[in-house]
Write a protein that binds this ligand. Structure first.
Ligand SMILES: [Zn+2]
Length: 184
């Protein structure tokens, strides 16, 4: 989702590879949602939009293109956001996981909607703190759209942005597989 958090895409790709040899429930993984941002090393997509502020939520906020968290000209304006919305409509997921990176030792398992127990279970496997509030406003975020407004259990794994992907994968493999195989 954020191109300057490349370990997220790498870990998602490693999860796909790992799951290829296992039985698991149906799941859909978008490992590289923001390829333009990833190629440029930018948070935003190629049109200067922060995809995690572009969801059509009640609290979506208009802002200037120069805003580092610019959420688009209008809610759901970006093809990347539309892809996720199409996938959610098509598959009606029972739970959603987003993988991000964060700076300054603020790594955590954030959740939106009815996902506290799942977040706590994952936390026993990776040792991360569970947080219901990331600590700053996130208007137009996927967690708000899915978790808060539609009550789809939504987990946001925030990994340290200075940790190599292979180490992130080792840190979180068990927690990620637990998310995948979780039964309601
Ligand atoms: Zn992010």
């Amino acid at each position: 989702m954020h191109g300057d958090e490349p370990q997220s895409a790498d870990v998602a790709a490693m999860l796909i590879e790992d799951l290829a040899t296992q039985d698991h429930p149906q799941l859909v993984i978008v490992s590289h949602l923001n390829p333009d941002g990833l190629a440029r090393g930018t948070r935003k997509n190629g049109r200067g939009v922060d995809l995690n502020r572009n969801f059509p939520t009640a609290n979506w906020a208009a802002s200037d293109l120069g805003d580092p968290y610019h959420g688009g000209d209008q809610p759901g304006s970006e093809v990347e956001t539309q892809l996720l919305l199409d996938l959610y409509a098509r598959y009606a997921p029972s739970r959603i996981l987003a993988i991000h990176c964060i700076d300054g030792g603020r790594h955590c398992i954030n959740y939106d909607g009815p996902a506290q127990q799942l977040a706590k279970t994952m936390s026993t496997l990776n040792g991360y703190a569970v947080s219901a509030d990331i600590g700053y406003p996130t208007p137009g975020s996927m967690g708000t759209w899915a978790g808060r407004e539609r009550s789809i259990p939504t987990i946001t794994l925030e990994m340290p942005d200075d940790r190599p992907a292979v180490d992130c994968w080792a840190d979180h493999r068990e927690a990620l597989l637990t998310f995948v195989n979780h039964e309601e």
